[in-house]
Write a protein that binds this ligand. Structure first.
Ligand code: 2NE
Length: 270
């Protein structure tokens, strides 16, 4: 397959092949630990993917074979967050987590090597995870004076169960790809040299499916876990669909034409 570069960034790579986008965290010398800039760039690239109707599925991965991501870059952790060139302490990875949840297209984490801390929560919030057999998963927060009490805890407990989620956070053990698979933490384990090939096969399969059906399935599952914010996404999708109907357009047209709307013509389905 031929990959083309979509946009140049400093700390990520944004490429696409056909309808598949690939976003790569690109700080391999630090196991792809993220800075506020890495996250800002990912948010920008995910937003482009969201708006581009020719993109149907998004892969999130890390550069090299050694790590998906080792979480927040501890060397720039300041007072209240991670500090970039603007000197403001941020936890903007939380905004990225939310964006991955609401983006109405499947997002697949392709994990090679370490998937740790805030990096591991990024793979968690992706819709699917395909891991290489060298992948290693774990949370280190309580060891380094940090925690994610949002998706990183509540959603993790939904995915792997409360007992296991507490074990992950209380013990800070490492879990191999096979162990993570057995815990329902990830979807598939494949040999390292096949991980991209298999991920692309999954993308190809997803691309044969109805994008609207996938959009609603994702929003519905997230509505169950994300409370009113999740329902808002699902409800917004319903509004979007309604706006494409003649019934929805009749309301708009009647207002603009200063006449009474004629909704009688539309069926009232059981
Ligand atoms: C991941 C792990 C276990 C890998 O160990 P190893 O031995 O394979 O690699 P090494 O030598 O530790 O790492 C290679 C280089 O990457 C840097 C290291 O310092 C090292 O640099 P040099 O000594 O070669 O100069 N590096 C690795 N991870 C880094 C990080 N997160 N920040 C800055 N530099 C990092 C091992 O590297 C490890 O335990 N890493 C730290 C994992 C960690 O604690 N991450 C933060 C969790 S908190 C978080 O992410 C978070 C949150 O909880 C809530 C909100 C937002 C973020």
């Amino acid at each position: 397959r031929e990959w083309t570069n979509v946009k140049n960034y400093q700390e990520i790579i944004f490429e696409r092949t056909g309808k598949i986008a690939k976003l790569t965290m690109n700080r391999p010398e630090k196991h792809n630990a993220f800075t506020p800039l890495t996250i800002e760039e990912l948010i920008d690239a995910f937003t482009i993917c969201r708006d581009d109707s020719t993109i149907g599925v998004i892969i999130l991965t890390g550069a090299g074979d050694k790590a998906f991501s080792s979480g927040g870059d501890q060397s720039i952790r300041g007072n209240g967050g991670y500090v970039g060139s603007d000197k403001i302490a941020r936890l903007n990875v939380l905004d990225l987590q939310h964006l991955i949840r609401i983006i109405p297209k499947p997002v697949i984490a392709m994990v090679k090597g370490w998937s740790v801390g805030g990096g591991n929560i990024l793979q968690l919030v992706c819709d699917l995870t395909i891991a290489a057999d060298n992948a290693m998963f774990g949370q280190t927060g309580p060891k380094v004076g940090s925690f994610d009490a949002g998706y990183g805890s509540g959603y993790l407990a939904r995915v792997i169960g409360h007992k296991r989620a507490k074990e992950v956070w209380f013990m800070n053990h490492w879990y191999t790809a096979d162990e993570a698979y057995a815990m329902n933490w990830i979807n598939k384990v494949v040999p390292l040299d096949q991980v991209e090939e298999v991920t692309l096969e999954w993308c190809d399969e997803i691309l044969t499916k109805s994008p609207t059906a996938l959009r609603f399935i994702k929003a519905a599952m997230n509505a169950d876990t994300d409370g009113l914010a999740g329902i808002q996404q699902l409800a917004g999708d319903a509004t979007m669909l309604f706006y494409t109907t003649d019934e929805g357009k009749e309301g708009r047209d009647a207002f603009n034409e200063k006449r009474k709307p004629d909704f009688d013509q539309f069926p009232k389905f059981p």
